[in-house]
Design a protein around this ligand. Structure first.
Ligand code: FPP
Length: 253
């Protein structure tokens, strides 16, 4: 770790950080630039934040890169985001291997153009044995879609006799979500100041700590993440229990 992170305790970091990367368009507008320039600079923040998370030992980093609603944006912006994603994946593949990063993706991946899906699947496959950190990209992702998709899969399994209705618990339900097998996010960060969840990880964030910063995503870099983590370490997570109970059994997951 760098010398600029002295007071971060490595034994009580979030296992899973999820980020709503917002504000690329506003960043560009403030500079009289095209929105796409904002997304390009946003990709630089992605590089920086992935590096720092890997370096300090975060297990899972989930980034909201494209929502189900983002398909409604002007076509040139959608295609620019597609090619930015493809370029990012290609340019980062070697570093992911070097740093033991495993790529994964959640969402309706099949809606993406074939060439993007191919690069994505190739890198997911290439990095599948890496053990350092999971970089989980939410792509054409929507929390409601995820829940409805899970309900349909459950219904199909019940109809086929593979699952009994009485067996459906919260844990079983979780295993039908895109995030199956991942720990729930401990910390959700949203940049650019909006106080909303925007259909992100609706099921998974039931007990997640939330941090909203006014910084626009392209300006969000290492130093601010470290400050947010320091703040996170001061919070008491109670999961509906009392403070005294939590002191006896501090960790839930
Ligand atoms: C929200 O900003 C951001 C997005 C819809 C896309 C996120 C994409 C990136 C950060 C870059 C590429 C990603 C990867 C993984 C390489 P906005 O456009 O809604 O900003 P605004 O609210 O200011 O208009």
């Amino acid at each position: 770790m760098n010398s600029d992170t002295p007071s971060l305790r490595l034994d009580s970091l979030p296992r899973h950080i999820a980020i709503i990367m917002d504000g690329n368009g506003r960043w560009a507008k403030k500079r009289s630039l095209n929105r796409i320039k904002g997304h390009r600079e946003g990709a630089e923040s992605v590089r920086d934040i992935v590096r720092v998370c890997r370096e300090i030992g975060i297990e899972v980093l989930t980034l909201y890169a494209f929502s189900t609603e983002n398909w409604q944006r002007p076509r040139p912006e959608v295609s620019a985001l597609m090619s930015l994603l493809k370029g990012f994946l290609r340019s980062e593949a070697a570093e992911m291997m070097e740093n033991g990063i495993r790529l994964s993706a959640i969402g309706q991946i099949e809606r993406f153009p074939g060439d993007v899906v191919k690069v994505l699947r190739d890198i997911i496959d290439m990095t599948r044995k890496n053990q350092g950190m999971i970089l989980n990209l939410a792509l054409s992702y929507g929390g409601r879609d995820e829940i409805v998709t899970a309900a349909c899969k459950i219904a199909a399994d019940v109809r086929a006799g593979r699952l009994q209705i009485e067996e459906i618990t919260e844990e079983v339900f979780s295993n039908y979500l895109y995030t199956q097998g991942l720990p729930e996010p401990d910390l959700l960060i949203r940049t650019s100041g909006e106080m909303r969840i925007s259909n992100f990880l609706l099921w998974q964030i039931a007990y997640t700590e939330i941090c909203v910063t006014h910084t626009l995503w392209p300006d969000f870099r290492r130093e601010e993440l470290i400050r947010i983590l320091q703040d996170y370490q001061k919070r008491e997570r109670r999961f509906g229990m009392t403070g005294a109970q939590i002191k006896k059994a501090p960790r839930r997951q």
